[in-house]
Write a protein that binds this ligand. Structure first.
Ligand SMILES: [Zn+2]
Length: 253
């Protein structure tokens, strides 16, 4: 007995609907004007200036914590773990930027694993949720580091670059930044980076201190930073921490 052609069409359409429904459940569509703010190197101004300003706007952000540079001895220019804990409690994300801030390609797998684990242990010790996002010191990546991060349960890791992040084509553990705040960066450049956040792409922004007294080459002037944040508000951007992008990752087969 042959199936009626109509029932074949019904079967075809319903299996297509099942596929669409499964797809929608595991992976959300990326909205336009989605912006991620990230702040590297545990700079004191993250706690004293950046976080209060972001709270005023209702923006999320990720603070990538390292104990490198003079973190352990200079508590004027670097945050204390109590300040980092306060950021976590305020709803910001604490991400892992390694213990010593060494380029991952220059480390043995054991050294890299130990430096990643150290920040996780410090977070645990201070009652901060275990980091699930990572940022490569000096933006240097390696295949070994990517594999280790995956094994340890990391979902998203920011590298360098100068382009928007497309979750459907870019590897989530080496995702690019669209903007890297420097003393010479301009509001026009920031606006251009924000404009990339469309058609499935996300603009991930990198900053260091605002200001950054100890690393003047990555300094962002507070007044300029305020103009950047005002632009995000004017554009009606959704501004989130990196971990919020997990729902846009392709479904794991
Ligand atoms: Zn760094």
């Amino acid at each position: 007995m042959r199936s009626h052609p109509f029932s074949l069409i019904v079967a075809g359409v319903s299996s297509l609907l099942v596929v669409l429904a499964l797809g929608a459940r595991t992976r959300e569509a990326v909205p336009d004007r989605l912006v991620v703010l990230t702040f590297d190197d545990s700079v004191a101004s993250h706690a004293t200036f950046v976080a209060p300003l972001l709270q005023k706007y209702g923006f999320g952000a990720t603070f990538f914590i390292t104990e490198g540079f003079e973190f352990l001895v200079d508590k004027k220019h670097y945050m204390t773990w109590e300040q980092i804990k306060a950021l976590d409690e305020a709803g910001f994300e604490i991400g892992n930027h390694t213990r010593r801030h060494t380029g991952v390609a220059r480390q043995t797998p054991e050294q890299f694993a130990a430096d990643v684990a150290h920040i996780e242990q410090q977070c645990e010790k201070h009652g901060i949720s275990r980091p699930t996002t990572f940022c490569y010191p000096g933006y240097q990546t390696s295949e070994g580091a990517v594999n280790l991060l995956r094994e340890r349960g990391y979902r998203l890791a920011r590298a360098g670059g100068n382009r928007a992040y497309d979750p459907s084509t870019d590897e989530a553990l080496t995702l690019p930044q669209a903007f890297d705040g420097k003393p010479e960066s301009t509001l026009e450049q920031f606006k251009a980076a924000v404009a990339l956040a469309r058609d499935g792409k996300i603009a991930v922004m990198t900053f260091h201190g605002v200001p950054d007294i100890k690393h003047p080459w990555v300094n962002t002037d507070p007044e300029k930073f305020e103009s950047y944040m005002a632009h995000l508000k004017e554009e009606g951007c959704r501004v989130v921490a990196l971990r919020e992008l997990e729902k846009f990752l392709p479904s794991i087969p």
